[in-house]
Design a protein around this ligand. Structure first.
Ligand code: KIV
Length: 295
């Protein structure tokens, strides 16, 4: 029986429930680690879905991993929306967070809300993420007040890495650790449902996780955070640009991809591909008629 608009599609009771903000908070309360990964297109979203992760981030790291920019800074909102919409089409269960790119939210609350709304309306994201404390705290508050869930991001914030002295760990002095603490607490106060800690000493993160109520997702922030996030292309060995020390590699897919394409190229050049099993046939009589009429 095919479903019509009037036929309710039966819910598959074995299917995992879609991730929601209350379920995320519940995982934190129960001490169940939250798994987050980035994705930038339909296949990577399907991989995240089938691997059973909790949260998928369409990170502006996609500027480097899939669009080939030298940093996250140049990527535009329109480019991010194309990536996010493709990820949406591949996802059912995880919470989908879209990363607001550099220059798309800093200027005013109005700009921040308008950009966040595009991620929700045009790409189907569930939430957005923005970087830094400081003026970003007020932008986060404005977006939350507009009804859109916001994830914060403190520590190493790649969009402003130059101002931080480069891609380096943050909070390694008491003074700088206090600044990270201030930013995280202010983002929580502004209504962020979760905060990413990037490249922060494990002991600093542990102290802050104990003092924060919202789930903290770490990347290079040690084991005490409520969850972990890795960049898809780093964890699978697809991107071979600079890999930070926290980017553990679980596979070496780029090498396998090169080997596969090289083998294909070799077979084409040796005329070993395509073989009979990859080829369509035509009835002899039809072929004879075709050739006669062709002449
Ligand atoms: O853009 C990104 O991938 C990120 C994660 C590293 C958190 O912001």
């Amino acid at each position: 029986m095919s479903a019509t608009p009037h036929t309710p599609v039966p819910h598959n009771l074995d299917a995992p429930l879609p991730m929601t903000l209350p379920r995320l908070a519940e995982k934190q309360r129960l001490g169940e680690p939250i798994v987050m990964v980035t994705a930038y297109d339909y296949p990577s979203a399907q991989v995240a879905e089938q691997a059973g992760v909790d949260v998928v981030l369409v990170g502006d790291s996609g500027a480097m991993t899939v669009l080939g920019y030298p940093s996250t800074v140049p990527v535009s909102t329109d480019e991010m929306l194309v990536l996010a919409a493709a990820v949406r089409r591949g996802l059912t269960t995880p919470l989908l967070v879209g990363d607001l790119p550099f220059g798309s939210y800093e200027a005013s609350d109005e700009q921040a809300v308008a950009t966040a709304q595009r991620f929700i309306k045009e790409a189907g994201c569930d939430a957005v993420k923005l970087e830094r404390g400081g003026s970003s705290v007020q932008r986060a508050r404005a977006i939350v007040q507009a009804g859109i869930p916001v994830m914060g991001h403190v520590g190493l914030t790649p969009q402003t890495a130059t101002a931080l002295g480069g891609y380096r760990a943050q909070g390694r002095t008491a003074e700088r650790a206090l600044r990270v603490a201030e930013d995280a607490l202010a983002l929580q106060q502004a209504g962020c449902f979760s905060i990413v800690f990037e490249a922060i000493p494990a002991a600093v993160s542990r102290a802050l996780v104990e003092r924060l109520e919202v789930p903290v997702i770490g990347i290079g922030a040690g084991p005490a955070t409520d969850g972990q996030v890795l960049v898809f292309h780093d964890l699978l060995g697809i991107y071979d640009g600079h890999a930070p020390r926290f980017a553990k590699r679980y596979a070496d897919l780029k090498a396998q991809m090169i080997a596969g394409v090289a083998e294909y190229a070799g077979e084409v050049r040796r005329r070993a591909f395509p073989g009979p099993e990859h080829t369509y046939s035509i009835d002899d009589e039809q072929l004879a008629q075709f050739l006669a009429e062709l002449d």
